[in-house]
Design a protein around this ligand. Structure first.
Ligand code: E4P
Length: 215
């Protein structure tokens, strides 16, 4: 499973990119707004920080507008992937962009049917939203497990990005499901490296080391 960061905060990405664990990044209009900067400012900077795909989302909701925005966005850097919402106009745009060799991430996916349509339209990635399904009383991770099974059954080349991740348990469950990518918010990613037994074990090693010097 590849690890993406789900943020538009350049400083946060720098910190984790230095650990060598971040392959790509996903953004959306809400994350861009939260960064306090514009998409045009942050996307070029993010693209330099990670080796893999950086998703930048279109604002238009009609096919023509989405395609126009997408063609502009991919001029920013080779690793830009265009995020397109899973709506009928979005599927049309994905079909056109896919034929032009422009990579797309079909976002706001909440059902197996939506994911299949996005894959058939030619999306490079689909983003099922776990946390938002949990919010309405469904099991978002179970949805991702089913999606992985369906895509494998039909041998679809479209990769699955587990999105709307809210906890370490979400990360563990999508990893067990065999998802291609998890896009993880900074706070959850920061928590993954920690374990009480690691801290206790390290303290004991250091204590034993210091004691050995006294002998
Ligand atoms: C990423 O592609 C999504 O836009 C993001 O994970 C949504 O997360 P949220 O449901 O926590 O806003």
């Amino acid at each position: 499973m590849k690890i993406f960061m789900d943020t538009a905060n350049v400083e946060e990405i720098k910190e984790f990119a230095d650990q060598g664990i971040v392959y790509g990044v996903t953004t959306n209009p809400s994350l861009i707004a939260k960064s306090g900067r514009t998409q045009a400012e942050v996307i070029p900077e993010i693209c330099k920080l990670v080796p893999g795909p950086v998703s930048a989302e279109v604002i238009s909701q009609d096919c023509e507008g989405m395609v126009r925005e997408a063609r502009e966005l991919v001029r920013i850097a080779d690793n830009v992937v265009v995020k397109i919402p899973c709506i009928p106009e979005g599927l049309k745009a994905i079909k056109i962009l896919s034929a032009e060799g422009i990579r797309t991430n079909c976002t706001l996916i909440f059902s197996l049917g939506q994911a299949m349509l996005a894959a058939r339209a030619g999306a490079t990635y689909v983003s099922p939203f776990i946390g938002r399904l949990d919010d309405i009383g469904e099991d978002g991770c179970a949805f991702v497990e089913n999606l992985v099974r369906v895509f494998r059954t039909y041998g679809l080349p479209t990769q699955i990005i587990a999105a709307s991740i809210r906890s370490q348990e979400h990360v563990d469950r999508v990893m067990l499901a065999g998802v291609d990518i998890a896009t993880i918010p900074t706070k959850v990613l920061a928590g993954l490296v920690h374990h009480d037994l690691t801290d206790k074990g390290l303290a004991k090693f250091m204590e034993d080391y210091r004691n050995s010097l006294k002998k």
